[in-house]
Design a protein around this ligand. Structure first.
Ligand code: ADP
Length: 542
């Protein structure tokens, strides 16, 4: 027997309809690319999104066509976003920080028909324009006054483009499982992979993100997503904030400590979200200038592990750091480290210990950890295994790739290695390709790195597995010392000794001038593995 409730497809544009009707006057404030602060509200955002949809419709954009954005977080990007999805096209957010070759590859793979881009990226796109033949037209997200001379095909200023229609338009209607948006993972190994979100998965994700223990922002709050719209939907904030009527503050192209601080302060921001590097810049700026942020309540931090010193800095200023883990394939939220009873009563280091975990999943994300033979492992906080996930906002396949990416139970392997404790708190110990397999047991490279950087003379540390005749692999610690420091191999090993199991101790320590990084700021272990491919450990004959 079927239930007798209404069929109300979960469509993204319903979110902006709701925001306009119920929270129409709630502000959307942006640092414009042209410079000045711009203010609008949800009612205007919806009206102009409808113009975008109508204009795309006039350009012949149909259900399922791909329309790309290469843009910072601003009101025009948000309008484009809802307009593209509301006409039934797929909003392809391109990460401009990728190498030009990768951007070319991605646009060709997606076969984007129209590209909407910020002024910042006009020179970049001009250089690759002759290699992306599917693109018929470029819309520069600015007005006529700021429109540059450009060689881009059929280029027009956004404001002129939408002014050609009156906005008297109805959203297209279609099934909730229709594709709404796409985002390519950065592809540090192999080609980038296209994650294709549906209207339903995005709306479900917004509902997950809206709980107090997730992003935690309500109608009376103000959210500043430093995390870009092109980084997994700005962690869902472009959907969740309007759905809650939360005031939005967009930082545009300026993500340095001083600029972010200025907006957090002047707009009395209560909630914000970004990667650790952004918070490091903010905290440094605040410390150097003895600044405070009395209105700030929640700082969501993810993308890579949030260092303990950063967690403590936010706690000390009276804000709640919310360490989050996720990935593009998960829309992206996987877990968030909220303090649930009885842990909310903890104080001092014990409290920081929980805040430093990657947290527990909201309803809508299922997790399990398995060994190499796919056997499920216990949630005891100690055993670590491959982290796998399932849910309505988790990828089932990649765009135009035939390979099956799910296990027999429909779980997706995240590529991360983790422990989960009896209360559901998850802790990432490694990427599966980085974990060191020593005599059939696993050693966490991240744990060793975190320990090594605790040494006062170490600037950065990376641990890789190198060949060992008896144990298959043993850890090699690669260290970049702080400028002018002289710590030796023995000093560092002595410092680590006793703080970890004996068999986890690195077999050797080497010093390098600089540790290499990926385009998204993660340690480039593939390069280190190449560099130390033939490295022979001192005890390798043992
Ligand atoms: P990209 O590689 O483009 O940054 P994602 O943002 O999807 O792609 O990266 C997801 C990966 O980032 C995760 O699988 C995990 O390895 C890492 N990650 C994300 N959040 C955290 C976190 N809080 N702690 C440790 N690692 C994290």
């Amino acid at each position: 027997m079927l239930g007798l409730m209404q069929d109300w497809p979960l469509l993204c544009h319903r979110i902006i309809d709701h925001a306009a009707k119920v929270h129409g006057e709630r502000e959307v404030v942006s640092r414009s690319i042209e410079g000045p602060i711009h203010r609008t509200n949800y009612a205007n955002i919806r009206a102009r999104s409808l113009q975008v949809a109508q204009r795309l419709d006039r350009d012949g954009i149909k259900l399922g066509d791909r329309v790309a954005t290469i843009a910072w977080n601003t009101w025009r990007h948000l309008e484009s976003w809802y307009g593209i999805m509301g006409v039934g096209a797929i909003c392809h957010t391109v990460n401009p920080r990728l190498f030009p070759d990768q951007i070319t590859w991605i646009i060709n793979h997606a076969q984007d028909r129209i590209v909407l881009l910020d002024l910042t990226f006009v020179p970049l796109v001009e250089k690759i324009a002759d290699q992306i033949p599917s693109v018929e037209r470029y819309i520069v997200l600015t007005d006529r006054e700021h429109m540059p001379a450009t060689t881009l095909k059929n280029a027009i200023a956004y404001e002129d483009w939408i002014a050609e229609v009156d906005g008297n338009f109805k959203w297209k209607s279609f099934d909730e499982n229709t594709a709404a948006a796409m985002c390519y993972t950065s592809g540090t190994t192999g080609d980038p992979k296209g994650v294709l979100y549906s209207h339903r998965s995005n709306v479900m994700h917004a509902l997950m993100a809206n709980t107090g223990d997730s992003l935690g922002a309500n109608a009376a709050d103000t959210m500043l997503p430093v995390v870009p719209l092109f980084h997994a939907n700005s962690w869902g904030i472009a959907f969740s904030a309007p759905s809650m009527g939360t005031k939005l503050v967009f930082p545009g192209a300026k993500l340095d400590g001083a600029s972010v601080y200025e907006l957090l302060e002047t707009e009395k921001v209560t909630h914000t979200a970004g990667v650790p590097t952004v918070w490091l810049m903010l905290l440094n700026h605040m410390a150097a200038n003895k600044l405070k942020l009395p209105h700030l309540r929640t700082v969501v931090c993810g993308g890579s592990a949030m260092p303990r010193s950063m967690i403590k800095a936010f706690v000390d200023m009276g804000a709640t750091p919310r360490h989050a883990w996720g990935m593009t394939e998960m829309s992206p939220i996987g877990t968030l480290a909220a303090l649930k009873p009885p842990f909310d009563q903890l104080e001092g280091d014990a409290r920081l210990d929980i805040l430093q975990t990657q947290g527990y999943p909201p309803f809508g994300v299922e997790m399990k950890i398995t060994d190499d033979a796919d056997k499920e492992l216990p949630w005891d906080g100690k055993t670590f295994g491959r982290l796998k996930v399932r849910g309505p906002s988790v990828s089932a396949a990649y765009y135009r790739v035939d390979t099956n990416i799910l296990d027999d139970e429909g779980f997706f392997d995240t590529g991360d290695v983790a422990t989960i404790d009896a209360h559901g708190y998850m802790r990432i110990t490694d990427r599966s390709k980085d974990v060191i397999k020593s005599g059939g047991e696993w050693i966490s490279s991240i744990d060793l790195e975190n320990l090594a950087v605790g040494h006062p003379q170490v600037a950065e540390a990376a641990v890789i597995g190198v060949y060992h005749p008896k144990w298959d692999e043993r850890p090699l610690l690669i260290v970049q010392l702080k400028a002018g420091q002289t710590a030796t191999r023995e000093d560092i090993l002595h410092y680590m000794d006793g703080k970890i199991a004996k068999w986890w101790m690195p077999d050797d320590v080497v010093f390098v001038d600089a540790i290499p990084h990926t385009a998204t700021g993660k340690i480039l272990k593939t390069a280190l593995r190449d560099q130390f491919k033939t490295y022979s450990l001192p005890n390798a004959a043992a």
